[in-house]
Write a protein that binds this ligand. Structure first.
Ligand code: LMR
Length: 328
């Protein structure tokens, strides 16, 4: 009816913090995240030294004349940035500079995420959905959840879709099928080199059937070794090649994550995204068209997978205690 009457949807306000924002905001303004008929208002938050550059990004957004873009706030003030936000994409974080220990980075990020969580808690729209991209993504999301208790726990997630998409890409290249025909890979655990890309439930649509990836690849050794390490190390390989961390693929995957969450996954597709869930025998399914996710129960986990999952879970627990020790 609304399209018949030509009634426009209410704009959705999306906050983007930090620098891969430059790759992400045009995708959002073009409708890649929320759909081609969904107007958006963009809030961009960056740190004071980047204020001038942020102004430039705002100018470019105006110059690109995106029809869906109904407002732009470019600010270094966290309260202004968080006001009325429906979706928050947290890309900004403190990078690991030369000579910094892991604990130093963690401690910087814990305080950044604590402050931003409090601002979202007070000023975001009710039912705000949060996606944390900045590393250590899982732990930053945990801290955000801790300090934004009124945001439903189910609404705080971190990015695993980049790893998920990397796994799809590797399978597609290996067996020469379209990447869009590969489905149901799962990424378990930390967004780090301990993550476990699992293809035990993955299939390829061959046109006449959905065949198991395992069978089509026909090389378990490759799946258990090179495939896993390539996906685990892909972020580092990109940094090595570009001298910068991934931005285009991270931004595109962030769009996929939010789009599937808000608009639903295609029927029977699994999505990977990290949630605060202790039941590790579960995949994640996002219900069609209702903006909610649920956990797929009872997936069969073999001994090899269990070992990989336990290792990454252990690393996450260590990160968690390090983060909590930084809060003291
Ligand atoms: C990536 O996976 O590309 C990034 O998380 C890598 C990084 O450390 O920035």
């Amino acid at each position: 009816i609304s399209s018949f009457l030509n009634v426009e949807k209410e704009p959705i306000t999306v906050l983007v913090t930090g620098q891969i924002g430059y790759a992400l905001v045009p995708m959002i303004a073009r409708g890649a995240m929320l759909g081609p008929d969904q107007p958006v208002i963009l809030h961009m938050l960056d740190i004071q030294p980047a204020a001038e550059a942020l102004k430039g990004v705002k100018m470019e957004l105006v110059d690109a004349a995106f029809p869906l873009l109904r407002g732009i706030v470019a600010t270094t003030d966290v309260v202004e940035a968080c006001k009325g936000v429906n979706i928050a994409i947290m890309v900004g974080g403190f990078p690991r500079n030369k000579g910094m220990e892991r604990k130093d980075v963690m401690s910087k990020n814990v305080s950044i995420y604590k402050a931003q969580a409090s601002a979202l808690e007070k000023h975001a729209a009710p039912n705000c959905k949060v996606l944390v991209v900045a590393n250590p993504a899982n732990t930053n999301a945990l801290i955000l959840k801790e300090f934004a208790p009124s945001i439903p726990e189910k609404n705080i997630t971190c990015l695993t879709r980049l790893d998920h998409n990397r796994a799809l890409g590797q399978i597609s290249e290996r067996i020469h099928v379209h990447v869009g025909d590969v489905k149901n890979v799962i990424i378990w655990g930390n967004h780090s080199s301990t993550q476990y890309p699992d293809v035990n439930h993955a299939t390829v649509n061959t046109g006449t059937a959905h065949k198991p990836v395992r069978e089509l690849v026909g090389d378990d050794n490759w799946l258990k070794t090179e495939f896993i390490t390539t996906v685990q190390q892909r972020g580092a390989a990109i940094i090595q090649a570009r001298k910068l961390s991934s931005a285009l693929s991270a931004a595109s995957s962030a769009c996929d994550h939010i789009r599937d969450w808000v608009l639903g996954t295609p029927k029977y597709s699994l999505a990977s995204c990290v949630i605060n869930e202790t039941n590790s025998n579960a995949g994640l399914k996002i219900d069609e068209l209702n903006g909610d996710w649920s956990i797929v129960q009872g997936l069969k986990i073999d001994e090899f997978s269990r070992g990989k999952m336990d290792a990454t879970a252990e690393e996450l627990m260590e990160e968690k205690s390090l983060a909590y020790s930084c809060l003291k």
